[in-house]
Design a protein around this ligand. Sequence first.
Ligand code: NAD
Length: 360
Amino acid sequence: MKNSAPAPSALAMVPFVSVENMMRIVNTLGPANVIEKMADYIEADFLRWDQFDKTPRVAAHSREGVIELMPTSDGETYGFKYVNGHPANMARGFQTVTAFGVLARVDNGYPILLSEMTVLTALRTAATSAVAAKHLAPADSRTMAMIGNGAQCEFQALAFQRVIGIDTVRLYDIDPQATRKAARNLAATGLKIIQCGSPEEAVSGAGIITTCTADKQYATILTDNMVGSGVHINAIGGDCPGKTELHRDILLRSDIFVEFPPQTRIEGEIQQLDADHPVTELWQVIANRAEGRKSDRQITLFDSVGFATEDFSALRFIHDQLETTGHFVELDMLADPDDPRDLFGMVKRADVEGLKLTAS
Ligand code: NAD
């Protein structure tokens, strides 16, 4: 912010949650508490599904990855997330996924929150996975296989421990360093952590299988023979055209649950299936309008791609924590001339305060 410019009015100031402030919020409240409460927000918003404007995200694809905008509105509040997905980033020292997002008032269009969303996306993805598993996974699930031990991994493990009650996580990653990192980070959680040498070893005895790998291709993280009857699959990593994790035969044996079908048909595991292959919308299961788990032998698959309402719920949750935690700064983000039509006059005021304007 410029020191010499006129002070903006309170109306023009927008709360900004930086990465540092997000870390403070998470540590003040506790990561598992944040995920659990965020899951409540996500579930509450799924229950009012009809109130939301919904559209598949707007994606700009490149050879290296994708940049996406994810907008939605409930009629009172508008939100969007900017997010990238670049599988080769990690090897170049960058995050695979980074994001930021905005909430705004619908009645005047003014933003009410600008937030980092890299950490927030990991929290909301974990919370959404837990909400889905709450309705779909076998009730007695205590062991989860976690294939792909990158940035999302520990958040997923915490979510399933807190919301579902799992007590054991079986980790596998093609990079053993990633598995060691996850095991280290999860050591103090009370979870029993088992580091596995193969995906087959990881899924052995697991009632829930989470796949969370990053590779821009039709990968086969799970083959058909690795998936026994009765398991719940939480498939996170296939979230882009041309990027999937499961063998097609697994999909044919599963009951498939999705967020928003028009987006998942393009981006999810089901891009491998015919366009009319039956899927159930997750919100319908939460609202008791469709059946979730019906039998002990059924394979349930949450084909997660991440949908705009979940980011909206996550931003709404963070917005509600600002007053109690105080972990934000105010940004001078909106022009606020004394006379709304006199924008030029406001710009010229900066000159009076000592800033030089160019002649034209
Ligand atoms: P990351 O790059 O931090 O971690 C990915 C991990 O997968 C790495 O440790 C890598 O070694 C491992 N991996 C790659 N291929 C593998 C294989 N064949 N077997 C086992 N492990 C393998 O990425 P991240 O942030 O953890 O995200 C993981 C994936 O989840 C990405 O594809 C991302 O786009 C996706 N994602 C989805 C959602 C959603 O809502 N569905 C949200 C966030 C991220």
